[in-house]
Design a protein around this ligand. Structure first.
Ligand code: MF3
Ligand code: CO
Length: 255
């Protein structure tokens, strides 16, 4: 349906519901992350995420979204995003992005993390750490008074200064009663531009970072997105609330 940027501004009641959806989604990500081990299939992780979300009275946001067949997107190594869970077993050294969403009492949480499967290479570790940190660099500007692309520019600057590339074709987004609300939030852009940030906005900030070039390729399954050069990629996402001070991370890990 038609969304405008004002719809990303939530009432106090809506914010409380977003906190609950966000907490559940964060717990689902933690559960999935704890299962990332050699010999575990991505379908096992997907089913655990689905069962966990349902056992808390919520529904996986991604399941059947535009026909998506899973409850999580599980993206291994050169897969950037939207990896479809299957019987493939994780291998020692893999890096595994798990993106989850939960719809609870009318509101969505959306978050992702990239996890190490056993011992990974130092280069893979650095890719994961830079991607995660780029989110935190971005949200230094996620407060009333800044503009949306201040966040985007900070993410881009941090990632590119570490020699990595930002994926352009996919972006963050407003989040709330719909999983994807206005505004779109690119992970690149010019500081001082874009819409003004206002307290009560709920946003999903999600840098997708390639170790090599920014180019991606879409697989014929209609979902899986890989790097074009076959180098590895990482993804990190939280749903956040804009306030007049520090942003509140709605999908913050419990510990
Ligand atoms: N977190 C992703 C996003 O914001 C996941 C959507 S996957 C889909 O777009 F399967 F639900 F489409
Ligand atoms: Co998202």
């Amino acid at each position: 349906s038609e969304m405008c940027i004002r719809d990303s501004i939530k009432s106090d009641r809506e914010i409380e519901l977003m906190r609950r959806a966000g907490a559940l989604t964060s717990q689902a990500r933690a559960l999935a992350g704890s299962m990332v081990k050699p010999g575990v299939s991505t379908l096992e992780i997907d089913h655990a995420v689905r069962d966990f979300i349902r056992s808390h009275g919520a529904e996986p946001s991604f399941l059947n979204y535009s026909g998506y067949p899973g409850s999580a997107c599980i993206s291994i190594n050169e897969v950037v995003i939207h990896g479809i869970p299957d019987h493939r077993k994780l291998l020692e050294g893999d890096i595994v992005s798990v993106d989850v969403g939960a719809y609870l009492d009318g509101f969505h949480g959306d978050c992702c993390g990239t996890f190490a499967c056993g011992t990974i290479s130092p280069e893979a570790r650095r890719l994961i750490d830079v991607t995660r940190q780029s989110f935190f660099e971005g949200i230094k500007f996620a407060k009333e008074g800044y503009r949306l692309f201040d966040i985007s520019a900070a993410i881009q600057q941090y990632v590119e200064s570490h020699g990595y590339s930002i994926v352009r074709e996919y972006v963050g987004h407003g989040v709330g009663a719909q999983m994807h609300e206005s505004p779109e939030i690119p992970n690149y852009g010019h500081p001082g531009r874009g819409p003004r940030l206002l307290r009560g906005m709920t946003l999903a900030i999600e840098p997708m970072v390639n170790a090599g070039s920014a180019a991606i390729q879409q697989m014929s399954d209609g979902w899986t997105v890989k790097t074009l050069d076959g180098k590895w990629a990482a993804h990190y996402e939280n749903s956040i609330l804009i306030t007049d001070g520090e942003p509140e991370i709605l999908t913050a890990p419990a510990i």
